[in-house]
Ligand binder design. Structure first.
Ligand code: PBG
Length: 327
């Protein structure tokens, strides 16, 4: 009888030994909760394609921010949904625009107890739904958009945000944002660059959450899912332009990219588990086809194992509670 002398199963025998030898742990402090605030709401509103995710009123946002802090999440990423949009996305720059108002509200409520971040992009604020200003031909005008991002960054920093997250994939956006922040006296505001962002169909439910009516697609500025080396180039450029942290987005379908980025740079690497990743799991779980909680923790562990130190996830609060129960 051949009989194995080396038995890896010894270290899988029971929960105690598995816990002892686990190579990867997810800490709630590394989770960031993306949150939506909708102008003009008096009550929070459900997002149909993201069960469990809300469009918040200003009031409910404050309360949910406190709840997230109490759960121990490491950060909040705020998205604004304006009541009115225009061609230039002026609501993103207006100090009284919904996102800037919400930043003030949340910072006043939670102070430095967590890291308050804001999405720095025009798509929630433009009537056409693109991430920038359009040329007369309908292309996204890179350099005109950069000027708008610079003003938006300063407006967000003036509102008290701790970290800005430029996510529009315009060339040079990190450098322009960094210089604008510095010139306005905001040297201490960090930049989390959405350095690697694919033109992904996994962003579908997000469009519902922000009520975006995008005509066309974003393939002329977001990346082709076929490319990996291009992502390393994007990351290298963003770090050279002053990014304090870099992000890969989406997460689960791009774990090879997360891993390669981790190996290529020494700044903190984040990954965004996006709306479509969340919606797929929720839909399968609602049908009784998968064990929801186990799948949530398995996806987060896998993203962490691939090399993301920070994970943006709509499950941040629930996952923080689950993780505390399990360890
Ligand atoms: C841009 C932005 C998007 C997401 C985060 N920031 C949409 C897009 O680029 O198309 C998507 C996040 C998600 O799908 O959960 N403001």
């Amino acid at each position: 009888m051949p009989y194995p002398e080396i038995r890896p199963r010894r270290l899988r025998r029971n929960a105690a030994v598995r816990r002892l030898v686990a190579e990867t742990r997810v800490d709630p402090a590394e989770l960031v909760l993306p949150m939506f605030v909708r102008e003009g709401l008096t009550e929070p509103r459900a997002v149909a394609s993201l069960p469990g995710v809300l469009q918040h009123s200003r009031d409910s946002l404050r309360k949910a921010a406190v709840e997230a802090v109490q759960a121990g999440v490491g950060g909040l990423m705020l998205f604004g949904v304006p009541a009115e949009r225009d061609a230039t996305g002026s609501g993103g720059i207006d100090p009284d625009g919904i996102l800037n108002v919400a930043i003030r509200d949340v910072v006043a409520e939670v102070g430095d107890a967590t890291v308050v971040m804001s999405d720095l992009c025009l798509d929630e604020f433009t009537s056409h739904g693109h991430c920038g200003l359009l040329t007369p031909d309908g292309d996204v005008d890179n350099d005109a958009t950069l000027e708008a991002y610079a003003r938006m960054a300063v407006a967000q920093a003036d509102a008290g945000v701790h970290v800005v997250g430029p996510s529009g994939m315009m060339d040079g956006q990190v450098g322009v944002v960094r210089r604008a922040l510095d010139a306005a006296g905001h040297q201490n505001i960090a930049v989390l660059a959405y350095a690697v962002k694919y033109a992904s169909a996994f962003f579908g439910p997000f469009r519902d959450a922000v009520e975006s009516a995008l005509e066309g697609d974003r393939r002329a500025y977001q990346q082709d899912p076929a490319n990996l080396r291009e992502s390393l180039r994007e990351v290298e450029l963003d770090v050279a332009e002053g990014a304090d942290m870099v992000m890969v987005k989406p997460a689960l379908p791009y774990l090879d990219v997360v891993s390669a980025v981790r190996a290529a740079v020494d700044v903190p690497v984040a990954a965004y588990q996006v709306s479509g990743e969340y919606a797929m799991v929720e839909a399968a779980a609602a049908n009784g086809w998968i064990d929801r909680e186990r799948v949530i923790l398995e996806t987060l562990t896998s993203i962490r194992r691939a090399g993301a130190q920070i994970i943006l996830t709509y499950w941040a609060v629930e996952a923080a509670k689950l993780l505390r129960e399990r360890y």
